[in-house]
Design a binder for this molecule. Sequence first.
Ligand SMILES: Cc1ncc(COP(=O)(O)O)c(C=O)c1O
Length: 390
Amino acid sequence: MKPIYLDYHATTPVDAEVLRAMEPYFCEKFGNAASKSHAYGWETEEAVQMARESIAKNIGAESSKSIIFTSGATETNNMVIKGIVHAAKKKPAHIITQVTEHKCIIESCREIEKEGHKITYLGVDHDGLVDPDDVKNAIRPNTILCSIMAANNEIGVIQPIREISKICREKGVWFHSDAVQAVGKIPVDVQRDGIDLLSLSAHKIYGPKGIGALYIAKANPPIRLSPLIHGGSHENGRRAGTLNVPGIVGLAKALEICVKKMPEESKRLGLLRDRLAGEIIRRIDHTYLNGHPTKRLPHNANISFSYVRDTDLIMALPELAVATGSACASGTNEPSYVLRALGIGEDRANSSIRFGLGRQTTKEEIDEAVEYIVRAVEKLRKKSLQYEMR
Ligand SMILES: Cc1ncc(COP(=O)(O)O)c(C=O)c1O
């Protein structure tokens, strides 16, 4: 029997309807969307255009021209951070971000720091939230971009992006949001939320892996991004490379389904998540929910089990597919930098499990998971001298 999957922040299975929508674009409609001289190219170009329009509509974008396809959010985030400073007139340029961003934002920032550009990494409070006033105070004359994620991939905390984007707009600073974990899960509307640039990824929303997008607002003056990948003139010269047509069709379909299901699904998952977290905390002493209790994604719970090492707990839970934190950091013994940023001590940070619920999660699975967790923690704590001497 396969373990109960509770790692939906890492990735999601492809929805059967998404797969069906993609299928014709492998063998039958295989044309290169950039082939302008024949019907094979025209039909895939049309599919790409329809996908662009659908994605634009589902994130509240003003135009399908604002959508640029990439290989995923890692690429999109690299493209934004590096592209904006490389195109900037003000040198050195200054970017504001925050400490619990995904590694692909943090590492892209580190790269451009090596080129002499400046980055402010804002801290978060003990709930994981950025203070919009900190953004305001960090803005300098050469600040060109503020990049704050919509929702965190480890603790699910939802950042006050609308307040932050408002400050950025007033000060003439572009606002980017890595919305990978938020899009399709909670309402995201680029115009209402004041987002100038947004990153999204298909495999977090029941679409295929290896496809993502950048939303870039049509602005005056225009937002200038130097391309990360050079070559042909695809995507208006912003991102070279033959378009992944099946992936693009899948991304659009996946987003469409998520947006349609969102009201019902977020309520269902919120109840299941509360059941999971509530039962764990009620039945096991010295357990804590990490991150803001309510300003968080409905399907996320990140819980510390004091006196138990998270890696031991995962080993003792073969019935569950869970992780200590982001998949990119798994395999390292370092405590999560996200939890540490909340001021959580090393011991507690090293005893934390991220639970991510999703479309296939049932109440029965949650109840089973709780029993497995209670049993595993009891067993491990029996062997813990620190727990006995607490
Ligand atoms: C918040 C966040 N940003 C970016 C990424 C990277 O996305 P992708 O897997 O599409 O490269 C992830 C995936 O783990 C994520 O959770």
